[in-house]
Design a protein around this ligand. Structure first.
Ligand SMILES: Cc1cc2nc3c(=O)[nH]c(=O)nc-3n(C[C@H](O)[C@H](O)[C@H](O)COP(=O)(O)O)c2cc1C
Length: 194
């Protein structure tokens, strides 16, 4: 398990297919979810929830993706359909972070959405802290209402991310990061734009 600063400085996403078994145990999943739910939350609204996909349930959920895919692409090939069926079965564990942000008298919806993003990021970091790899993706089916209905999302709920978690098959290569000088200014006595 890497130390906290080293983890934060080196974290990288892996592709779902680069995440093999073993996945987290039941106790580890509880810890991941506990950490993910410990995020800043203005108004303590809990504007997010989680759906865990493991084992056979991953391909069962894939059937919902297949149904939507077939409806979109009437001439889809069997290998494409199989790819879609396997979407949530590429990694041993997928946790959907569901945003349930909505209008509120005091708390802007934007802040509720940000809190769901924080939950997804904490989940990714918690997985890395356990020595697993993780990636936060959405892909097309996160935006398909038929898929969302089949996965049990209410009309006001949206997918913040499908966080894929597993054991990295190889250490990830790094990618360039934005130079701090391009994304950071110091406020002095007048606004500057980066
Ligand atoms: C809300 C959200 C949705 C994302 N969806 C996808 C996606 O569907 N497919 C994808 O390849 N990357 C997606 N990404 C980007 C990856 O999570 C990841 O950041 C990217 O592969 C770069 O890797 P890094 O995290 O190591 O910088 C998404 C990121 C966010 C924040």
């Amino acid at each position: 398990m890497p130390d906290a600063l080293q983890l934060l400085k080196t974290r990288r996403s892996l592709k779902p297919v680069e995440l093999a078994g073993p996945g987290p145990s039941a106790a580890e999943i509880d810890t991941l979810l506990t950490i993910a739910s410990r995020v800043p939350d203005h108004g303590k609204l809990v504007p997010w929830r989680f759906i865990v996909f493991e084992g056979d349930a991953r391909r069962a959920a894939g059937e919902a993706i297949v149904t939507a895919f077939r409806a979109k692409y009437l001439d889809s090939k069997p290998e494409q359909v199989e790819y879609e069926r396997n979407r949530l079965a590429r990694a041993p564990l997928v946790i959907a972070v569901v945003s349930r942000a909505g209008p509120h008298m005091k708390i802007p919806e934007w802040e509720q959405v940000l809190s769901a993003g924080a939950a997804a990021m904490s989940l990714v970091l918690a997985a890395h802290a356990h020595g697993y790899g993780a990636t936060w993706i959405t892909e097309w089916y996160a935006y398909d209402r038929g898929v969302l209905d089949a996965l049990g999302l209410k009309d006001n709920e949206r997918i913040a991310g499908f966080v894929h978690i597993g054991t990295p098959v190889a250490p990830p290569e790094d990618r360039p990061r934005p130079p701090l000088s391009e994304i950071t200014t110091r406020f002095t006595n007048g606004a500057k734009r980066p």
